[in-house]
Design a binder for this molecule. Structure first.
Ligand SMILES: C[S@@+](CC[C@H](N)C(=O)[O-])C[C@H]1O[C@@H](n2cnc3c(N)ncnc32)[C@H](O)[C@@H]1O
Length: 340
């Protein structure tokens, strides 16, 4: 089974000024406040080790909180395990919400912070724009031909899109970037390699996209020690506290989301004041689409939810984001908006 490298890699060396608990060398490293409590080391079939501290009997004890929050109640999670925002530290950590008592573990190569994490009987089926990308086949071919097809609709290609996004993200440099709906991590890896951020969280709802992302990271020695974390989450329920994130990127994703307004509201909620949101998507029609045809273009085409330039700006504005700017080429739009 593919897991984050089992060897003991050194934890990341960079400091996290905003999140001291994320640094290995921080004086706020997780202290073992509940070390006197019994721990159950549950060895799962996947061979991952989940730490399940019994926090229920803690009294008058402080706990170290994490960047990640519970998707049920948005309380910062308590983390037990090595600190650091990297694959190995997260793989070896257990996360628990003190408020609702729900445990989250990285029993696969990613940390599962969906509300449905750990459910035994209930299975949720999402709309096609979400379910399609959960397939192992689509996840495998995504960076092996699928994504290249976007160029025909005006997408400039990953290198240029990355360069454009980096321009928008200048005010957020040095902070935490969440690559929402990262797919197989095409841009997450570029953001992590750039060294411009103290941490990059590659986040997607698709388990197979995240596994594919992990495979690509393992094949790239320059990324193994970088501050990158793989998180499974729903864009409509982002596992971060309000105002805790500096930058959110969502490449070619908005049209796949079940509700653009719920997603952008969540993105706005987690951004700190001055934080930047950069997204790209396919527009419902391009500048070459005849005016006579435009009113008849269905909003939902082939199971995707395509918006117009005006609708995207409207959603961002109604979710409290300002300074909306955009670049358009055929059906491709890259836009940016800021949290005031
Ligand atoms: C077209 S891919 C984009 C991948 C990458 N960001 C890029 O620029 O190529 C869209 C991604 O959105 C993800 N997605 C769809 N619904 C989602 C949801 N509800 N929450 C989080 N991610 C979702 C899919 O799993 C898929 O990986």
């Amino acid at each position: 089974m593919a897991i984050a490298s089992p060897s003991l890699r050194p934890l990341h060396k960079s400091l996290f000024p905003k999140y001291p608990c994320l640094s290995q060398y921080s004086r706020f490293r997780p202290s073992l406040h509940f070390s006197s409590q019994p721990f159950r080391f549950a060895v799962r079939a996947s061979s991952a080790v989940a730490l399940e501290p019994d926090l229920s009997s803690q009294r008058n004890q402080t706990a170290d909180t994490d960047l990640f929050s519970c998707p049920v109640c948005y309380e910062p999670l308590i983390r037990k395990g090595p600190s650091g925002l990297n694959l190995e530290a997260i793989y070896r950590s257990g996360f628990k919400c003190k408020k609702c008592n729900k445990s989250y573990s990285s029993k696969d190569v990613y940390l599962d912070l969906t509300i449905t994490a750990g459910l035994r009987d209930y299975t949720e089926v999402k709309p096609v724009g979400t379910e399609l990308f959960r397939s192992p086949f689509v996840s495998f071919v995504y960076e092996r031909g699928w994504r290249q097809n976007f160029n025909r609709s005006g997408f400039p290609g990953p290198d240029e899109e990355f360069r454009m996004a980096q321009e928008y993200f200048k005010p957020a440099e040095g902070g935490i970037l969440v690559d929402v709906s990262c797919g197989s991590g095409l841009f997450s890896r570029k953001f992590a390699k750039s060294g411009a951020y103290s941490g990059v969280i590659a986040l997607d709802f698709s388990e197979n996209m995240l596994r594919q992302c992990n495979d690509f990271i393992e094949q790239d020695a320059s990324l193994l020690d970088s501050n990158i974390a793989l998180v499974r989450a729903d864009v409509s329920r982002l596992p971060f506290s309000s105002g805790s994130i500096d930058a959110v990127h969502a490449g070619a994703a908005l049209h796949c989301w079940p509700s653009a307004s719920n997603a952008v509201a969540e993105i706005s909620r987690i951004l700190r004041s001055g934080g930047v949101f950069v997204g790209s998507t396919f527009l419902r029609y391009s500048s070459t689409t005849p005016w006579i045809v435009r009113p008849f273009r269905e909003r939902i085409l082939q199971n995707y939810n395509y918006l117009t330039e005006e609708e995207i700006e409207d959603v961002c504005t109604s979710c409290g984001l300002t300074n909306f700017t955009k670049k358009v080429q055929q059906s491709f739009i890259m836009f940016s908006a800021q949290k005031p």
